[in-house]
Design a protein. Structure first.
Length: 359
């Protein structure tokens, strides 16, 4: 029997049992209706679809849930628990690999899953990250099959392509995923994608859509590039200023919603048809540049490690040397997507909030 206890924040850790549906009143017989005032046939109400959103405590998921709530019943799951500013986005605090995770499926009739809960390399150690991102995702997909979920959207990252000096000027979805050969910190991200692709082709009934976005930035986003842009002084490598792409968190939420509503299975890059040099981005964001020596290759990694949270993670150093520019045309054509925030809008936020963004 599932434990229906509550945590200190008052949120359920495992779902409560579903109440029995109320019985409908019998319709009036034809004899009881008056001939002069026959009622019009009622318009059937469309059943609201129920959507599971993983990683519900994150800033991106909060935007997605806000967009969904008007037309869908949303259930948020996150093993990290609730956030004080948005406690209503997390309904269940549960690990994907725990037995109680199946209770969430058993007690809810999900039409779709928006899997936004990938754990970044800086959040957990390698073993726990692999357990959550790969093993946990596989269990979620098996439960989706078992309980008849009809659609799954998986959020990946452009980091799976890897940063190489030989990268093409525009990377489309057919380009090989080479990140795992560079850094072990990205192995779980690549394996999560491989897992999603296996289920995409082996189980077409799940209608899986995989999204590979460029750098997601904006209010509430605390990834590596967001932290760099938020600082008054930002590190960069001497002699390097790779082209980069950015998408605002609200635009990314709209892209996820478009993928869900459009329901065209496949793998898609999500990026604007524009790019900017990294050092120009720092300047527009109001950052003073701190140049780090770029050779020999071990030096920037040692210095990035010494700077700690004020520098980019050591496993991402190559992404600040070599461009990884996505061709997002396939997603834009398929779903009619066009970002609403320009680079000017994005960098103006960081410039006006310099020193006030929590790192």
């Amino acid at each position: 029997m599932a434990d229906n206890s509550e945590d200190k924040s008052g949120k359920r850790k495992v779902p409560a049992r579903r109440k029995a549906p109320a019985r409908r009143k019998p319709a009036a017989s034809s004899e009881s209706r008056t001939k002069t005032a026959a009622p019009a046939a009622p318009t059937p109400r469309r059943k609201r679809e129920k959507v599971l959103v993983t990683g519900a405590a994150g800033a991106l998921a909060q935007h997605v849930i806000a967009l969904l709530k008007g037309d869908y019943d949303v259930v948020g799951v996150d093993f990290r628990g609730t956030q004080a500013t948005h406690p209503d986005t997390v309904d269940y605090e549960v690990d994907f690999n725990k037995r109680t995770f199946e209770d969430v499926f058993r007690e809810n009739d999900f039409a779709a899953i928006l899997h936004l809960g990938r754990i970044r390399a800086t959040q957990l150690d390698r073993g726990r990250r692999y357990s959550s991102n790969v093993v946990g995702t596989e269990r979620m997909l098996r439960l989706a099959l078992k309980y008849g979920v009809e659609q799954v959207v998986v959020l990946s990252t452009f980091h799976v392509y890897g940063a190489h000096p030989s990268n093409p000027s525009l990377i489309d979805e057919d380009y090989p995923l080479m990140a795992a050969s560079q850094h072990e910190e990205l192995v779980d991200a690549v394996e999560l994608e491989n897992l999603a692709n296996i289920y995409l082709y082996k189980h077409p009934e799940l209608h899986i859509t995989v999204l590979r976005p460029c750098n997601i930035v904006g209010p509430g986003i605390s990834n590596a590039i967001g932290k760099v842009l938020a600082q008054p002084v930002a590190p960069c490598l001497g002699g390097f200023s790779p082209l980069m792409q950015f998408i605002h968190v609200e635009d990314m939420a709209e892209a996820i919603l478009a993928a869900y509503k459009g329901n065209v299975p496949g793998v898609y890059n999500v990026a604007p048809d524009d790019w900017i040099a990294f050092q120009d981005a720092l300047e527009q964001a109001g950052c003073r540049r701190l140049f780090l020596p770029s050779i020999p290759p071990a030096i920037p990694r040692l210095l990035a490690g010494a700077l700690g949270r004020y520098a980019f993670p050591t496993y991402l150093v190559d992404f600040f040397k070599y461009p990884v520019v996505l061709d997002g045309g396939k997603f834009a054509r398929t779903f009619g997507f066009n970002p609403g925030y320009s680079y000017g809008d994005i960098f103006a936020y960081y410039r006006s909030h310099k020193g006030t963004v929590r790192l």
